[in-house]
Ligand binder design. Structure first.
Ligand SMILES: *[C@@H]1O[C@H](CO)[C@@H](O)[C@H](O)[C@H]1NC(C)=O
Ligand SMILES: *[C@@H]1O[C@H](CO)[C@@H](O)[C@H](O)[C@H]1NC(C)=O
Ligand SMILES: *[C@@H]1O[C@H](CO)[C@@H](O)[C@H](O)[C@H]1NC(C)=O
Ligand SMILES: *[C@@H]1O[C@H](CO)[C@@H](O)[C@H](O)[C@H]1NC(C)=O
Ligand SMILES: *[C@@H]1O[C@H](CO)[C@@H](O)[C@H](O)[C@H]1NC(C)=O
Length: 214
């Protein structure tokens, strides 16, 4: 229970934090039944919208594709909803060099598929919370952005190994527990600063802070 509440608190805090930036942003308890709720069409007119924060609402179904029309979006927080299916890769179109995100929180939905397209060496992503979904992908070849400080990937079906590059990041918070990761946790950087619970319940992860590899 404690962990549940602290995560909920962190999510809400993050929303307030993002919204406190002096940038065009939007936050609401969005009930699609409510006639006064903004329609997707009206949202796509907000070309300069940088922060979208819809958490803990009754939203369900696929992640709306109109989001990819919001070219200035820099932070998306859709945590604690009931979204399902894959995140459309069109959220990060290759033709738009400035389609860069600083903060993404898709935690606690029912999303599937991969999320590798959000990552990459030169991306500006700093905060990434994809925990508690149904994502399934191979983490081995994912390249993490240099500025990433917050990486939550727990409770899904991620497999492969933890890439060596993770040791180069100034991670403040990281949790890859409850996945299907294997082999040795790379040694160095901040990776050994995290508790065992940040890595436990994987297929065969080993090495500090978990037990030594056999
Ligand atoms: C969006 O930003 C551009 C450039 O800063 C500005 O010229 C334009 O008026 C803004 N549009 C709206 C609808 O605020
Ligand atoms: C989420 O969706 C499931 C069906 O997929 C439904 O049973 C459940 O009530 C929904 N939960 C919320 C909070 O909307
Ligand atoms: C990242 O940026 C560096 C320097 O600007 C460039 O040389 C490199 O090709 C870029 N890598 C990718 C994957 O875009
Ligand atoms: C994950 O990707 C790595 C590198 O491409 C590959 O060697 C490995 O076999 C893959 N793991 C699985 C379980 O597919
Ligand atoms: C990591 O996430 C798991 C699952 O939510 C949780 O039980 C554990 O306490 C977390 N550990 C850390 C260090 O955040």
């Amino acid at each position: 229970m404690n962990n549940h509440f602290s995560t909920l608190f962190a999510t809400i805090f993050l929303c307030f934090f993002l919204l406190s930036f002096p940038t065009p942003s939007l936050s609401a308890k969005w009930n699609p039944q409510d006639k006064k709720a903004p329609s997707p069409e009206s949202l796509t007119k907000l070309k300069n919208l940088t922060t979208l924060c819809f958490t803990n609402t009754d939203l369900s179904g696929p992640i709306p594709s109109f989001l990819s029309k919001l070219r200035s979006l820099d932070s998306i927080n859709l945590a604690y909803n009931n979204f399902s299916g894959p995140i459309p890769a069109s959220l990060v179109p290759k033709s738009f060099a400035n389609a860069e995100f600083t903060s993404l929180d898709f935690s606690r939905n029912k999303l599937e598929g991969g999320i590798s397209f959000f990552f990459g060496k030169n991306k500006t992503l700093q905060i990434a919370d994809f925990s508690r979904n149904l994502f399934e992908f191979n983490l081995s070849k994912v390249e993490f952005p240099n500025n990433l400080v917050f990486l939550e990937l727990n409770r899904k079906k991620i497999f492969g190994i933890l890439p060596e590059d993770l040791t180069k990041l100034q991670l403040q918070l990281s949790n890859v527990s409850y996945n299907r990761l294997c082999r040795k946790i790379p040694t160095g950087g901040r990776l050994q600063n995290f508790e065992e619970t940040a890595y436990f319940h994987n297929l065969c992860l080993c090495g500090a802070p978990l037990a030594a590899c056999k």
